[in-house]
Design a protein around this ligand. Structure first.
Ligand code: PHE
Length: 363
């Protein structure tokens, strides 16, 4: 009535061992243990056997079922292992790797270097100063009077230091405040609002002749928008020697503008006021977008303001111990973001600081 159980066992073992993959294995499982499988069939037909044979065959069939289940799961584990090693073996080490794209300099760094290179090319030296400054270097030494609006807390970031916050004497009015006002104010620390304090630092340290450019970060409490940022960059320049004239300033800045924006650029000096230069001028270049015809970038004026400049004020020389009868000099200061925006046609200063690679990759 049944095939010999040991023959079935032999066939089943052979088929399971030969299985190449999970689907072969599943076929074998269905063939022997499935709902209509060979073992299941034997089990369901046990009642047809004689009472003596029934327990015997029943036990043999059940033992075989247990063995097959164990064998199937063992084989399944083996097959999974081989699949994993095969995938590993498929790793082709001769394939070219994934390249790390090398980064490059930020557009502001590129612009700062370009500006400094132009001045270094005509004999200027690069000097740097700290971003945390004294109120003296940032304002007083530069002949900026105590009542000047730029010294207001709304226009400069002052840093809270022990010396700027005198302790109130217990139980009374602080009368020391007015007595010591002058000296304590000079001690206050701030985030420099321009690079001009490095004029004071460099001139106090070195004697003329002096020709220096100073790149660096400056800070002003401005609300951030398309053209303002609370932190931006400036490049300061100054030159001191005997007999320096306004025409020297004009020559140096004309050279700079032509190198930076091209030989065809036109320039104009517009009278202005800075406490640390006299006379002072702002420098405009003909609009690089409309070539002076008037467009939205230059506000229909045809001109773009790019820097402040002038002849160094004798009071500044006095503060650094230079003899203003012996020496004269000029100074200028420009905003790096503004120069970069004009040069590359960028319309929003925030793009420089958002770290968006789609923007940065274009430089
Ligand atoms: N420090 C001035 C500013 O930040 C620029 C300037 C520098 C003007 C040197 C004249 C001379 O606006």
């Amino acid at each position: 009535m049944f095939r010999n159980i040991s023959d079935i066992e032999k066939d089943a073992f052979e088929e399971i061992q030969k299985a190449q993959d999970i689907s072969d294995l599943e076929k074998a499982r269905i063939k022997y243990l499935g709902r209509r499988g060979i073992i299941t069939d034997i089990m369901s037909r046990l009642p047809e056997l004689s009472p003596e044979q029934r327990p015997l065959v029943g036990k043999q069939a059940n033992d075989l079922k247990v063995k097959l289940i164990a064998l199937l799961s063992e084989k399944q584990r083996q097959l999974k292992d081989t699949v994993q090693t095969e995938t590993k073996e498929k790793l082709d080490l001769s394939l070219p790797g994934i390249k790390e794209e090398p980064g490059h300099e930020h557009p502001l760094t590129i612009t700062i270097k370009k500006i400094c290179d132009i001045f270094v090319g005509i004999g200027f030296k690069v000097v740097e100063g700290p971003e945390i400054e004294t109120e003296y270097n940032n304002f007083t030494g530069l002949n900026i009077p105590i009542e000047h609006p730029s010294r207001d807390v709304f226009d400069t970031f002052y840093l809270a230091t022990r010396s700027s916050m005198p302790a109130r004497p217990a139980g009374g009015l602080d009368t020391r405040k007015n007595e010591n006002r002058g000296s304590r104010i000079e001690d206050r620390l701030l985030l420099r609002s321009h690079t001009s304090p490095v004029q004071i630092r460099a001139m106090s340290k070195y004697k003329p002749p002096l020709a220096v450019v100073v790149p660096g970060k400056v800070y002003r409490p401005d609300a951030v928008d398309a053209s303002h940022s609370f932190m931006f960059h400036q490049v300061e320049g100054f030159l001191v020697d005997s007999d320096v004239k306004f025409s020297h300033l004009k020559g140096v800045l004309t050279h700079f503008c032509k190198e930076m924006f091209g030989k065809d650029i036109k320039m104009r000096f517009r009278p202005h006021f800075f406490p640390f230069t006299e006379p002072s001028a702002e420098v405009d270049i003909s609009c690089i977008i409309c070539k002076g015809k008037g467009c939205s970038v230059c506000g229909r004026k045809g001109w773009l303001e790019i820097l402040g400049s002038g002849m160094i004020h004798p009071n500044v020389f006095k503060h650094v111990g230079y003899d203003s009868k012996k020496y004269t000099g000029f100074a200028f200061g420009m905003g790096v973001e503004r120069i970069a925006m004009l040069k590359y046609g960028i319309n929003d200063i925030r793009l420089f600081f958002e770290n968006d690679l789609r923007f940065l990759k274009q430089f």
